[in-house]
Design a protein around this ligand. Structure first.
Ligand code: ATP
Length: 235
């Protein structure tokens, strides 16, 4: 049974159908990438998964339970945690307080051990732990946003364009961290316009065009697929 199973998903903005019946699955422990051009519907799909966008047809199941109509906060409690596009850390609060906020729902967790794990993953956050988050660079804020989500110990981590707007060196760093997280057993659904980097580290990938999944295969097979290479990798 997949951790997340989406079947026949449709979603509308007013009368306009943005998703035309998607089938997507994520198994526990997998790193799955979703790629596609601007406007393909990637963000809409993520919003349907996190429960902030109404579903007009189809089903979402998480750990076998139907969550199609579940409220967003129930999904968070169930362990679905989204890192939104554009970071959204709490600028006036320190790095440390941002991380602590990520853990606020957890009971019985050991915050010191979790903090140490985040500082090991992102050493720059340890150096800057007492600085206001708003003073960090864009790349550091992205790292903080991911670390804050991880403090909640998610069962499924949804990443929306984590490499957006970052310098190439930082992009490489973010993807290295995502790969490291997968190695630690975190289940990740990664939405990216940076198709090559995302598919290269993914177990499996989906390619979306105008509200449909048009291809799905292993990450490696998609990187080698001539159609993907031409349309998305500029090769
Ligand atoms: P991007 O990478 O630019 O975020 P995307 O693949 O995430 O693109 P979506 O943002 O999900 O694509 O958009 C899918 C379709 O839905 C597009 O045609 C877009 O114009 C439309 N759309 C998105 N948000 C709205 C909205 N609030 N109202 C109306 N239409 C919308």
């Amino acid at each position: 049974m997949p951790l997340l199973e989406i079947t026949g998903l449709k979603s509308h903005y007013g009368r306009i159908e943005a998703l035309h019946g998607l089938d997507v699955a994520v198994e526990a422990g997998e790193l799955v990438a979703l790629v596609g051009a601007n406007g393909a519907g990637k963000t809409t799909l993520l919003r349907c998964i996190s429960g902030v966008q109404p579903v007009s047809a189809g089903r979402l199941r998480f750990e076998g339970r139907d969550i199609t109509r579940a409220r967003a906060d129930r999904r968070v409690k169930a362990g679905i945690c989204q890192v939104p596009e554009g970071r959204q850390v709490f600028g006036p609060l320190s790095v440390l307080d941002n991380l602590r906020l990520g853990a606020f729902r957890r009971k019985g967790a050991d915050p010191a051990a979790d903090l140490q794990r985040m500082y090991d993953l992102f050493p720059v956050l340890a150096d800057k732990r007492h600085q206001p988050a708003g003073t960090l660079s864009g790349g550091q804020q992205q790292m903080l946003a991911i670390a804050r989500a991880l403090m909640a110990d998610p069962r499924l981590l949804l990443l929306d364009e984590p490499s957006m707007g970052l310098a190439p060196l930082l992009v490489a760093e973010i993807f290295a961290v995502i790969q490291q997280l997968k190695g630690q057993g975190v289940t990740i659904f990664l939405v990216e316009q940076n198709a090559h980097a995302a598919l290269s580290i993914a177990d499996r990938g989906y390619v979306m065009e105008t509200g449909r999944v048009v291809l799905s295969d292993s990450g490696q097979a998609l990187v080698e697929n001539p159609r993907v290479r031409e349309a998305y990798l500029g090769l």
